[in-house]
Design a protein around this ligand. Structure first.
Ligand SMILES: N[C@@H](CCC(=O)N[C@@H](CS)C(=O)NCC(=O)O)C(=O)O
Length: 250
């Protein structure tokens, strides 16, 4: 993927998407898949994982990715705001359920996947621990400080991860093949990507991720491996085969 720098992006118009360059950051890959499905074009902007990202801080007041800066220069730093923006820009194909009860459930489940203390958040804590903890190197230390690392948080993370996987599996079992029957939604993209990258990563052919990152996510505990059941695996494979362009390009 060809990135422009933050400095260059600030001079441009249109939709700009800041991404963790060189790694399949799950929040970034998920919103990329949503935008691709809706055929919404954007300019990729480089964020350096675990780096200082001073120019990004000056532009957006924070240093994580993804961020969307839209054509009106409004900034979207949270997954929810990005999904809603994509739906506004290209209402069809719709990726948010139309029925209010389903919509509420969609965003509730999405929070468990992409929100603070959700699936991605907890797997990140586990991978920092597996890579040696914050004292391992400066990048790990920066990530640990940004994303709530503590021994207590790591200790809680397995049970929370398992709970969320069970919740997602039950919804698929009762309402599959997608989370809301035949309608593909943003949740389908987020779950397939978060699972495909952060819990037993898919093959290098599909996701050519850096070795260290792969190692950090390749050893789910027995309880997590068991919770990643056949419903979730079949769903992940279906979404990757039918709706996500591979190999992921980052
Ligand atoms: N705030 C984002 C999630 C941001 C996030 O956790 N980003 C991580 C995942 S790639 C990141 O930028 N890590 C690298 C870093 O902090 O340098 C959202 O809600 O969509």
């Amino acid at each position: 993927m060809d990135y422009v720098s933050v400095e260059q992006a600030r001079e441009l118009g249109g939709l700009r998407l800041v991404l963790c360059a060189g790694t399949p950051g799950v929040w970034g890959e998920a919103i990329k898949a949503v935008l691709a499905h809706k055929k919404i074009a954007y300019t990729p902007v480089l964020q350096e994982v675990g780096g200082e990202n001073r120019a990004l801080r000056e532009w957006t007041g924070q240093t994580s990715a993804p961020v969307i800066v839209d054509a009106d220069n409004r900034q979207h730093v949270l997954w929810e705001s990005m999904v809603l923006l994509a739906e506004q820009l290209a209402p069809e194909p719709a990726l948010i359920p139309a029925k209010p009860a389903e919509r509420a459930l969609h965003f509730g489940l999405l929070r468990e996947v992409a929100g603070v203390e959700g699936l991605g958040w907890n797997r990140r804590l586990q991978s920092i621990a597996l890579s040696g903890g914050p004292s391992g190197n400066p990048v790990l230390q920066r990530l640990a400080e940004k994303y709530g690392y503590s021994e207590e948080a790591v200790a809680r993370s397995e049970a929370r991860t398992v709970e969320i996987l069970l919740l997602l599996s039950a919804q698929l079992k009762n309402h599959g093949p997608y989370f809301f029957g035949d309608q593909l939604t943003a949740l389908d993209f987020y779950v397939a990507i978060f699972i495909g990258v952060m819990i037993n990563p898919l093959s290098h052919e599909l996701i050519p991720m850096p070795k260290g990152m792969r190692a950090g996510f390749s050893h789910p505990s027995p309880a997590i491996a068991e919770a990643l059941d056949s419903h979730l695996q079949a769903h992940r494979d279906r979404v990757f085969e039918q709706h996500i362009q591979t190999p992921l390009d980052f």
